[in-house]
Design a protein around this ligand. Sequence first.
Ligand code: IPE
Ligand code: IPE
Ligand code: MG
Length: 234
Amino acid sequence: MVQGPHHIAIVMDGNGRWATKRFLPRIAGHQQGVKSLRRCVKACADRNVKVLTVFAFSSENWNRPKEEVSGLMDLLAMALSREVPDLLADGVRLVFVGDREGLSDKVKAGLADAERLTAHNTCIMLNVCFNYGGRWDIAQAAAALAAKQEPITELSLDRAMAMSHVPDADLLIRTGGEQRISNFLLWQAAYSELYFSDKFWPDFDEAALDVAIAAYNQRERRFGKTSQQLGETV
Ligand code: IPE
Ligand code: IPE
Ligand code: MG
């Protein structure tokens, strides 16, 4: 029996284009993106995925128009107050990953509350990468080690990273048609299986997730070894 992915990571891209295609403001696409995320969390939990990590706001997204950035901050606050009771009931543990220093006090408090309220849930962990960048994570981990005068090794760096509480992603999905990492899990995606979908994030439904998982299940993860070493005949 094939073991499905334990940890799925997703670059939720294409919200803006989804909205523009419908003559709607970009923020309407982001609102629809929250709904799609809610559906995806449920679908992942149903498929026994234990960790879901999503890219919600990158270090580089500050460069967007002011109204879009403030719209995204408001949406985060709104989504938290609306969705946390439901997530709590569904056994979802919420964790926010990223640089909190750049966020307003209101947003910071909202993140901390959501984490505290859901801390005991064990059905699925949802890591929301917000004001996150893979380069930021590597740099902050190195700085933390340097401050403690600890040696920098692969293991010590790995442990100092903001994603150290979970194993690396097995499957990394990007929706929206682009085939790039955009500063997502640079360190942790070293051996993730990559899957690109042309669907815009709001359209990425259970069926699309199943297609991605099926593709993952067909892959042979060799981690540098040969097929023969894995005991398979090709
Ligand atoms: C991804 O959708 C969500 C965020 C970056 C916040 P986009 O807003 O990048 O959507 P497109 O790529 O412009 O369609
Ligand atoms: C990546 O999407 C970031 C998130 C999904 C949050 P972008 O839309 O910002 O990526 P680029 O700029 O097209 O590479
Ligand atoms: Mg985009």
